[in-house]
Design a protein around this ligand. Structure first.
Ligand code: NAD
Length: 344
């Protein structure tokens, strides 16, 4: 049993904790909160021991005053774990990394941190092998995970890819009241955006540029992608659709036939599927939106930002612990355990 600590039990942390709890080869040893709040109730209901993100006695005691049992500070938790999944808000990684190194435990960061923090970025389908037995890694962002899921198999099928894409980003997560815009389309004036560059941290062979805009929606991100394939690629629109249909964690569906014409219906379908929080771990591709004209491929895909990275964190735990060397084997174990956990 791999003993896993979750540092930061927020949007991503609570989901990773459930996904760990679903597996037979790992268990949750504790989760951290900065202070007592409604989020502690979920940890209590799951029997996950609560620790404080801080070692200060007064901060630990604050939990007891609100009726929660706090088992200690972050250092106490790190002493018990084999690996920590850091799900703190972005840019806190550097100070947390010091703590992990001091405790001598393996560590996984999220996409809000920079690649340089660990020097190793990870996504299951792109570079599982390169993470085997390493000390630490960063699971790439939700957008980069989405790009990897469809572009890596495409690259593997044709040996060369040059990509231009636009990321149409959700303004905020549904549970977040502090971000925007709420009535504007906001271009990210960092051109090209970091998303394409980020893909090259896990698959440097793919040449890619990206632009990004934020729009007033909370449900999903949408990618509009143009990919140039090499001469003699031998692929057709249908063979690319078939390729993605066989790819783990990609759903390809005909939008008009299924009346799934926007991210609203995609998320409604996800809620019907029955994973907790209405999560969609898969990347959604509209079948009739895929079109290969000569060497140029056009397609759209939708990304559930709060959940596509969740199963990747589980595969990354196995990679760093060196327990499953084949990415497809890990993906199969992860996904079937999660389905069983939610009775699907
Ligand atoms: P969040 O704000 O929902 O949760 C962060 C949690 O960490 C909160 O519970 C917070 O109290 C806690 N925290 C605060 N300071 C901490 C510290 N010093 N150490 C440990 N924990 C601390 O954030 P989130 O959306 O879950 O994002 C976590 C990470 O995942 C970020 O790197 C983010 O970029 C990345 N990510 C987020 C999404 C998304 O859509 N929310 C998608 C993919 C990746």
């Amino acid at each position: 049993m791999i003993k896993v600590a979750i540092n930061g039990y927020g949007t991503i942390g609570k989901r990773v904790a459930d996904a760990v709890d679903a597996q037979d080869d790992m268990s949750i040893i504790g989760v951290t909160k900065t202070s007592p709040s409604f989020g502690c109730n979920l940890a209590v209901s799951k029997n996950f021991p609560i620790y404080c993100t801080n070692d200060e006695e007064s901060k630990i005691e604050a939990f007891g005053k609100q009726g929660y049992t706090c088992h200690g500070g972050i250092s106490d938790l790190l002493n018990l774990a084999d690996i920590v999944v850091d799900c703190s808000p972005g840019k806190m990684g550097l100070s947390n990394l010091e703590k992990y190194k001091k405790a001598g435990i393996k560590h996984i960061f999220q996409g809000g941190e920079k690649h340089d923090l660990t020097g190793l970025s990870y996504t299951s389908c792109a570079n599982h092998q390169s993470a085997l037995n390493e000390a630490g890694a960063r699971v790439v962002s939700c957008n980069t995970t989405g790009l990897s899921r469809t572009l890596v198999p495409l690259y593997d099928a044709c040996g060369e890819l040059s990509v231009e894409c636009t990321m149409i980003r959700r303004a905020a997560d549904p549970g977040d009241s502090s971000r925007g815009p709420i009535n504007a389309i906001k271009p990210v004036l960092e051109v090209p955006s970091h998303h394409g560059i980020d893909l090259m941290t896990v698959k440097p062979e793919i040449k890619i540029n990206s632009l990004a805009v934020a729009v007033p929606t909370t449900l999903m991100h949408l990618h509009s992608i143009v990919a140039d394939l090499p001469d003699g690629h031998n692929l057709t629109t249908n063979s690319i659709i078939d390729l993605w249909k066989k790819q783990p964690r990609v759903i390809v569906m005909n939008g008009s036939e299924n009346r799934i014409t926007s991210t609203a219906e995609v998320m409604e379908m996800a809620r019907d599927m029955g994973r907790k929080w209405g999560d969609l771990h898969e990347i959604f591709v509209w079948e009739e939106g895929v079109s290969l004209k000569g060497n140029r491929l056009y397609y759209f895909q939708a990304i559930h930002q709060e959940s596509d990275v969740i199963p990747e964190n589980i595969d990354c735990i196995r990679a760093l612990m060196g327990t499953v060397a084949d990415w497809k084997e890990s993906v199969e174990i992860t996904d079937s355990a999660i389905s069983k956990y939610y009775g699907l």
